[in-house]
Design a protein around this ligand. Structure first.
Ligand code: ASP
Length: 272
């Protein structure tokens, strides 16, 4: 789902949007796509069969942040997170309060649980095994021609999670961090492990201290390995203020999309 997302982000930027507009527009593509089972509508539900979304946004120029956790019924969680940033004096709203806020902001309520996800959840409940519940959060980092950066990270979280469980994606510094004086980073995979090391903040601080983005994500993943060993999956992306990219994961299968100078392409992250 990365390719259509970066293409939508580039269109938004090309049409005069800001870099923040662009990253939010980009992640909205998988959020609204019912066939993407890890983000927004169509995402795998929690163990009670309810889809609860987590998302965050960060403006790398002002370092303002907004986030929502365990948001139900509204697919465009990153756009709600942006409203939290812009329309409230808070940084993070969760659960019923996040939904109430989204409603008040005019967001449309929909059933996020698709038939396919419901069937998978029922099978998991019956047999405790199902289509692999491993997530595939989308984290989108943007850099414009004037050096402004922004990021958005949005997910339905780990499949069959406990109700109320919040992962790394909406936690600023864990699933996402952007400071355009240094760079941006985002994570996917087992959020609990990313939270334990403040993964995205760690990668950005490494870039601030002079690491290139590849070394920065490898250092953050090495910290995760110290805690959790090598059997978990975590993937990380980083982008520095000069446009260099870093991408690595602990297990194979983590792919990412890049849109640069009018062209989009997919790449395999380095497996550590
Ligand atoms: N990181 C997400 C979470 O823990 C899930 C994923 O990226 O697969 O909620």
């Amino acid at each position: 789902h990365g390719l259509p997302a970066v293409e939508a982000a580039a269109r938004e930027l090309g049409g005069g949007g800001t870099i923040l507009d662009a990253v939010v527009a980009g992640v909205e593509v998988p959020e609204l796509d019912p066939d993407v089972t890890s983000v927004g509508r169509g995402g795998w539900p929690n163990e009670a069969g309810v889809v609860q979304l987590d998302a965050s946004v960060m403006d790398g120029t002002t370092r303002r942040v907004g986030a929502v956790g365990a948001l139900e019924k509204v697919a465009t969680a990153a756009a709600v997170a942006r409203r939290v940033m812009e329309e409230t004096r808070h940084a993070f709203l969760v659960g019923a309060g996040a939904l109430e806020f989204a409603r008040a902001q005019g967001f449309e309520e929909t059933e996020l649980l698709t038939e396919r996800a419901k069937v998978a959840w029922e099978r998991w409940k019956a047999e405790r095994e199902a289509e692999e519940g491993g997530g595939d959060t989308i984290g989108l980092l943007g850099l414009d021609a004037s050096g402004r950066m922004a990021g958005a990270c949005t997910t339905s979280g780990l499949a069959w999670k406990m109700p109320g469980r919040v992962g790394d994606s909406p936690i600023v510094g864990a699933g996402l961090y952007v400071d355009d004086r240094a760079g941006g980073a985002t994570a996917t995979g087992v959020g609990e492990e990313v939270i334990r090391v403040c993964g995205s903040f760690l990668a950005v601080e490494r870039m601030r201290s002079g690491d290139d983005p590849q070394s920065a994500v490898e250092a953050a993943l090495a910290r995760i390995v110290e805690n959790a060993g090598r059997t978990v999956q975590v993937g990380m992306l980083a982008l520095d203020r000069t446009g260099r990219i870093g991408a690595a994961s602990l297990q194979s299968g983590f792919r990412y999309a890049v849109h640069r100078a009018g062209r989009a392409a997919m790449f395999d992250a380095k497996v550590l």
